[in-house]
Design a binder for this molecule. Structure first.
Ligand SMILES: Nc1ncnc2c1ncn2[C@@H]1O[C@H](COP(=O)(O)OP(=O)(O)OP(=O)(O)O)[C@@H](O)[C@H]1O
Ligand SMILES: O=C(O)c1ccc[n+]([C@@H]2O[C@H](COP(=O)([O-])O)[C@@H](O)[C@H]2O)c1
Length: 195
């Protein structure tokens, strides 16, 4: 049975911050693979302008194609929106429950609002969380500080965001080092985030 870490995000676009975390986890934890689950619509990001799902997926595919332990997933594309993680976990369990064991990968910033996620107690009962450090001011709620299902991983911190990349690209700045080169090529060829 493989142990799979699920890394959920909008990936608009995927950047080296995401890649460093995912690669760190497959190399330095007990995870066999990390799946980047491309979310059509995140519950807390309803107003964001997003590239079409298949373009965001394609960029994740391009970024991961030379990393056998990192995989793109479009499992949420046909699920109801906004995409609540608990629903996706139930679906993944039905589909792969016999061959894989899943856990969640989350930045400390997300842990701080995790108590607002749909059925977060059920998620914690059933799944391990791998939490990596982020720089943010909000406090981790007391209930998550020494929880048996929450494992802290000492991954490197690289504070860049897709929002920063989109905004600065539009402003004409060079953001190429923040993207895997295949992602830059795709984004440049398709003229994304220019207007
Ligand atoms: N530089 C980074 N290092 C580690 N984790 C990150 C980084 N940037 C984003 N994440 C986390 O990766 C997950 C997926 O990222 P997502 O694409 O949704 O966010 P983002 O890069 O912050 O995008 P946006 O700026 O568009 O909101 C989220 O849980 C987010 O907190
Ligand atoms: O299930 C929920 O209630 C829920 C609430 C907020 C976020 N999520 C998931 O967490 C992922 C990262 O969230 P965000 O908003 O930081 O991009 C997002 O892609 C969703 O899959 C899930």
């Amino acid at each position: 049975m493989k142990r799979i870490g699920l890394f959920f995000g909008t990936f608009n676009p995927i950047h080296v911050g995401h890649m460093v975390i995912a690669n760190y986890l497959v190399e330095f934890s007990d995870l066999d693979e990390v799946w980047f689950v491309v979310t059509p619509r995140s519950p807390f990001k309803t107003k964001q302008t997003l590239l079409e799902d298949h373009h965001r997926y394609q960029m994740v595919y391009e970024a991961t194609k030379d990393y056998p332990k990192l995989k793109p997933s479009n499992i949420e594309f046909d699920l109801p929106q906004p995409n609540y993680t608990i629903n996706t976990l139930v679906y993944l369990e039905e589909k792969y429950g016999e061959e894989h064991r899943f856990c969640l990968i989350m930045g400390e910033d997300n842990l701080k609002s995790f108590h607002k996620w749909k059925n977060y107690q059920v998620i914690l009962e059933r799944y391990d969380l791998y939490v990596y450090p982020r720089i943010s001011e909000a406090k981790v709620p007391e209930q998550f500080k020494s929880h048996s299902k929450i494992n802290r991983v000492d991954a490197p911190i690289m504070e860049i965001s897709s929002t920063f990349i989109r905004t600065q690209h539009k402003a004409g700045k060079n953001i190429r080092p923040m993207l895997p080169h295949e992602v830059w090529n795709y984004l440049d060829e398709m003229n994304f985030y220019r207007s």
